[in-house]
Write a protein that binds this ligand. Structure first.
Ligand SMILES: [Zn+2]
Ligand SMILES: [Zn+2]
Length: 224
């Protein structure tokens, strides 16, 4: 099968690897989509060499189809899935309290562990989520970053009627703005990149650009 291997700062190699086989509790997935995250750009630049092995396979924003799944896992071949790209130990205090995402030995698929930039991928079935048929393949690949945005907005306790200024309208900023809007907040995004400004406006978002002083703007917008 094809795979993309990280070979050190600014170098990826596309090559072949044996198809992985699923271990206990794991499913074998046929990867259909992989997003490129800001974290992946940091990996490309060599900033995460202390975490990403040489020859490692990145990609944690994924959409896939199930090839094989463990009996009783709730998944079967052909199911469309996304993956929560977290590997936890199941033994430490955080895991035992149910906070597997805070595991003391937390590893991320696509960072420390093999990710989705390969034709076939094995992941624990407990980290998979069904994708409804109403959602297209491209949209499904956005679920992981959308989950990041949803978590951020929930932590910020944004509610209907709030005034929210999002600083930076990259993919995560744009998703945060849309989640805030969905909650009924008034949202404006501050962004300087003309391509992103066009994209944000295309999503129906209000944008302030280079010419605006965000602090003054917010003071006027919210009457202090
Ligand atoms: Zn990411
Ligand atoms: Zn743990």
């Amino acid at each position: 099968m094809r795979a993309s291997f990280y070979e050190g700062a600014r170098r990826f190699r596309t090559g072949t690897a044996p198809e992985p086989s699923a271990g206990a509790g794991e499913a074998l997935l046929h990867v259909k989509r992989v997003g490129i995250c800001g974290t992946d750009l940091h990996i490309f630049q060599g900033h995460l060499d202390h975490r990403v092995p040489k020859g490692g396979i990145i990609g944690h924003e994924t959409f896939a189809e199930v090839v094989e799944a463990p009996a009783g896992s709730g998944f079967e071949p052909g199911n469309r899935v996304v993956v929560e790209p977290i590997h936890s130990c199941g033994e430490c205090r955080a895991c035992k309290m149910g906070g597997y995402y805070l595991c003391y030995a937390l590893k991320i698929y696509g960072v420390e562990l093999p990710g989705g930039m390969q034709d076939y991928w094995t992941v624990p079935a407990v980290r998979m989520l069904h994708v409804p048929d109403t959602l297209g393949d491209d949209q499904a690949a956005m679920i992981e970053p959308l989950a990041v945005a949803t978590h951020d907005v929930r932590r910020a306790e944004v509610k209907a009627g709030d005034a929210v200024l999002v600083l930076g309208g990259g993919p995560i900023g744009a998703l945060i703005a849309m989640v805030c809007r969905h909650r009924g907040a008034r949202v404006i995004v501050s962004e300087v990149n003309p391509f992103r400004i066009d994209l944000l406006r295309g999503l129906g978002l209000e944008v302030i650009g280079m010419d605006a002083d965000p602090v003054r703007f917010v003071n006027e917008w919210t009457a202090g």
